[in-house]
Design a protein around this ligand. Structure first.
Ligand code: F6P
Length: 473
């Protein structure tokens, strides 16, 4: 098995500092779980940012280095200015809203491009330093779009893959980026470029034709004498782990408590990072409409919305938080009674057991982002329902919608339509709920995260290496 060199903005770890000691804990996220086996088995390395370690003492820092090295992780420390200009700046103030079709959120001036380019160079340099002939390099996500091209310059014969974890927008949108050409050429340094959905592949191909005059032939495009492959590889989750956790006595007890304390209220659940792409305000308004339309549901319906703090230093996120706080307050003020609160809002992160208890206890799961690359919450919810019950209401603008056709698909911009879907979900007969959930679960189980990793890597490693390729006519 070829050694795997993984490169992502964040390492799959969390550094936890206590009084005198410090510990490095593996993250439970999808990417970390899916890649941990091939990463370990191949004896490879994972290169990335371990998060903010600026407050650590020298002794703590060396403990972190040791623990990271035991996990085969190579840290790339970002300076405060890189965090603010590369990570929060170009990655999250420009590329993030743009790829999610939110042009009005992109700053008027493109001030952080040089910081983005320089940080990408640092990642490429570090990866090239650790590269050994025969390695497979796999670069992840929009923070590192220039890295494949930079690596190709440094390592012309390397096997390089890139996966884009967020939407790739239509060429009309991508074209507005002043640096569109550099970013496209950066991606084309890879041998294989993967997206979550076929529509993103189409958008990317259209953009290549429009800006670089490159014509994609089904799944390949010729660039600077090399063949670059492009494909859709929908990411999955560790379905078995969620299913097992959902059957644990601790989780079942928690679900029981949740139901007992709900006193017969039907439970709607939403779980998201607090991000303006997640569609939380319109989702709340849809719940409000349900309560307005059907007064008999007041006091009999509770919406639990978990919003995990994210990118808190970016102003747009702070403003979004205020909007959400305000709407929650308004609905509770209007429809709460001394005995019941319609929206139960938690601004914090929950551990896996708490999340799975909510998945398992929900009557209806609301996953209604206005735009989302994939959305793994939708898949986690289904995996956590071995009872084959619960209804998934899913945005048609989440990548997951292309696979999860048995969900109730909604337009997240249509508040009335979402209110209709919530009512339909609440009234759905058990047999229909089970039929739908059975189909959804089958898909989630078959196309899990291990399938995703294997299909991308098999494809990448099955390509003829650059040295082996016959010369082009
Ligand atoms: O969905 C894109 C993504 O970068 C994920 O990989 C990550 O889990 C999430 O957004 C949060 O990103 P971060 O906290 O690193 O900005």
């Amino acid at each position: 098995m070829a050694r795997l060199l993984l490169v992502s903005n964040r390492l799959p770890v969390t550094v936890k500092a206590e009084k005198d000691s410090v510990s490095v804990v593996r993250s439970a996220g999808g990417l970390a779980t899916g890649l941990s086996r091939p990463h370990e088995r191949s004896g490879g390395l994972w290169i990335g940012w371990p998060g903010d370690v600026s407050r650590l003492t020298d002794a703590q820092r060396s403990q972190v280095e040791q623990q990271l090295s035991d996990l085969r992780c190579v840290p790339l420390y970002l300076s405060a200015s890189e965090v603010s200009r590369f990570y929060e700046g170009y990655s999250n103030r420009v590329l993030w809203p743009l790829c999610h079709y939110m042009l009005d959120r992109v700053p008027r001036q493109d001030r952080d491009w040089d910081a983005y380019r320089k940080a990408n160079e640092r990642f490429a340099d570090l990866a090239a330093k650790h590269y050994q002939p025969g390695d497979t390099i796999w670069v992840h996500d929009y923070q590192l779009m220039l890295v494949p091209g930079m690596l190709r310059q440094r390592l012309p014969h390397a096997r390089i893959g890139y996966f884009h974890h967020i939407p790739f927008p239509s060429s009309e949108i991508f074209s507005t980026l002043p640096r569109r050409g550099e970013l496209l050429r950066g991606l084309l340094g890879a041998d294989l470029i993967g997206f979550h959905a076929v529509s993103y592949v189409r958008h990317f191909s259209g953009t290549l034709l429009r800006h670089l005059g490159l014509d994609t032939d089904i799944d390949r495009v010729l660039f600077q004498g090399r063949e670059v492959r492009v494909g859709a590889f929908p990411m999955g989750i560790d379905a078995t782990a969620f299913e097992t956790l959902a059957g644990e006595p601790g989780v079942l007890d928690e679900v029981k408590t949740l139901h007992e304390r709900a006193h017969g209220e039907r439970l709607l659940v939403g779980i998201d990072r607090l991000d303006y792409t997640k569609g939380i305000p319109r989702r709340l308004l849809a719940v409000q409409r349900v309560l307005e339309r059907d007064p008999s549901l007041r006091g009999r319906l509770r919406f639990i919305q978990v919003a995990v703090p994210s990118r808190t230093q970016v102003q747009a996120y702070a403003e979004y938080r205020e909007t959400v706080d305000e709407i929650v307050g308004r609905i509770n003020g209007l429809y709460g009674t001394v005995h019941s609160t319609p929206v139960h809002y938690l601004y914090r992160s929950l551990n896996e057991k708490q999340l799975v208890s909510l998945y398992r206890g929900a009557d209806v799961m609301l996953v209604t982002p206005v735009r989302d690359g994939m959305n793994l919450v939708a898949k986690e919810f289904c995996a956590a329902r071995p009872d084959e019950d619960g209804v998934l209401v899913l945005s048609e603008f989440a990548g997951a919608a292309a696979e999860m056709r048995d969900a109730l698909l909604v337009n997240p911009y249509d508040v009335e339509g979402m209110a209709d879907a919530i009512e339909q979900a609440l009234e759905m007969p058990k047999a229909e709920r089970q039929d739908r959930m059975r189909c959804l679960r089958a898909g989630v189980r078959t196309r899990d995260v291990h399938w995703w990793v294997a299909s991308f890597l098999d494809r990448l490693q099955g390509l003829p290496s650059v040295a082996e390729k016959p010369p082009l006519p």
